[in-house]
Design a protein around this ligand. Structure first.
Ligand code: AMP
Ligand code: MG
Length: 415
């Protein structure tokens, strides 16, 4: 454990390592159409079945010819359009009219762009001498046949889909979506849309998490708000574990809370209640809720997030997203950390790693960052304005203006 962390608190990286060590990624796969594989995780390596491009072709509209002939007047003997190759071959003193994407005819080694040519009937004169091999896109220059294109465990992007299409691939083998059960706990929670009542608050965590989970290859069962009583909680968790690979709940995990969530979880599964050295989001529960539950072949894991909405969002992003991506078959990757100058003081107590919400900008070649406003864990409005975390190591104290700090830009998993 990190010596500079408050005693009894688990450092963030250690919490993530423990979670990943416990989880067993999904192994079930399915074939899906290329058109439906966005944001799915590849379950196999993709090897290029063909060269892309398939043959040498022209990068310009112009004339294909032999470079050794460019000083002469050449006779145009045919055409090569994209999709319509020239069937013959070029001999000395000959050229072929060629369009972008047209296959370079046999015998030709160079393409001259049409702007550099004077044409008179079927004859051309070259005004600007090209380099040998100019304007030719070589076979396999983009992707070589038999090369590894994408690896197992890769989350497919729109660009990947374009790439796979260029290889003629119309179906991919991906991991099945993992199943998530989502619930929030608290007698104070009202559904958005219900009339407001004194002493109650609207449940913002469930719509927030439901929306964020859409970014991941998961199916979500929304179990709604569960009141703070043992029977309701037990029934909700038992229902959830029949369906889910992971149950995500918010609320009721605070230290010293006399609520029932912890008791019921301890009764039903092997759940650890951790105090994590992070701010916001100290309390966090993780563990196994149902091992090989009767109706299921796989384990059901549990992540219990703190109830304050900012704590919910930050712990979800820092701890649950890596867990879900790993469970869904992805290869874990470290976040990209960039350096920026703090343009104002950032208050901090030593002891926990801070994930302050910041506004990053890069202007005139300088990376700078400032606080996105109130850093209280109940204030969701400040987080909405932020575009990054200012990640401050557990041991450090207040950051003074002008110091260099670590910034991690918000990614699509939190926006
Ligand atoms: P808890 O973790 O249950 O002790 O809750 C901590 C704080 O977060 C309390 O002020 C709760 O009212 C608030 N809270 C809990 N759950 C939610 C929720 N689903 N939406 C908004 N606020 C919540
Ligand atoms: Mg509560």
């Amino acid at each position: 454990m990190d010596a500079c962390v408050q005693p009894g608190l688990l450092p963030v990286n250690e919490a993530i390592a423990r979670i990943l060590a416990a989880l067993k990624p999904i192994t079930a796969t399915e074939n899906v159409s290329l058109m439906d594989c966005l944001d799915r995780v590849l379950a196999e390596n993709v090897i290029a079945p063909i060269n892309v491009p398939g043959g040498d072709n022209s990068a310009m509209d112009g004339y294909a010819l032999r470079h050794s002939d460019v000083h002469e007047e050449l006779i145009v003997i045919g055409e090569a359009f994209a999709g319509h190759p020239f069937s013959g071959a070029i001999a000395a003193g000959q050229a072929v009219r060629i369009m972008t994407g047209g296959l370079v005819p046999a015998g030709a080694d160079t393409v001259v762009m049409q702007e550099n040519v004077t044409r008179h009937e079927n004859k051309i004169l070259i005004n600007t001498r090209p380099d040998s091999g100019e304007n030719i896109r070589r076979a396999g220059e983009d992707i070589a046949q038999e090369s590894l294109v994408l690896s197992k465990g890769h989350l497919l992007t729109a660009l990947d889909i374009g790439l796979l299409a260029s290889l003629g691939i119309h179906q991919v083998n991906v991991f099945q979506r993992i199943k998530i059960a989502l619930l929030t706990t608290g007698d104070e929670l009202l559904m958005p849309g219900a009339p407001h009542q004194t002493g109650k608050i609207y449940d913002s965590n469930r719509p927030l998490l439901y929306a964020l989970l859409k970014r991941l290859p998961v199916d979500v069962l929304d179990l709604g708000v569960v009141p703070d009583n043992p029977d309701s909680l037990r029934a909700a968790f038992l229902a959830a574990q029949q369906f889910a690979d992971m149950v995500i709940s918010t609320g009721g995990v605070s230290v010293g809370d006399a609520d029932y969530t912890k008791d019921i979880l301890a009764e039903l599964g092997e759940i650890n209640f951790w105090k994590i050295a992070m701010k916001p989001g100290k309390p966090f529960a993780f563990g196994l809720l149902g091992k090989n539950a009767q109706a299921r072949a796989t384990d059901c894991w549990f992540c219990g997030l703190p109830g304050n909405p900012v704590s919910t969002a930050v712990t979800y992003h820092q701890l649950v997203v890596p867990a879900l991506r790993y469970l869904a078959g992805e290869i874990p990757a470290e976040p990209l950390v960039i350096k920026a100058v703090a343009i104002k003081t950032l208050k901090k107590q030593p002891g926990r790693m801070d994930f302050q919400r910041g506004i990053f900008s890069a202007s005139n070649g300088v990376n700078s960052v400032s606080s996105a406003g109130l850093q209280s864990s109940g204030v969701l409005s400040g987080m909405g304005k932020a575009n990054c975390y200012i990640r401050l190591a557990a041991e450090r104290g207040t950051v003074t203006e002008g110091e260099i700090v670590d910034v991690v830009l918000f990614d699509r998993f939190i926006r």
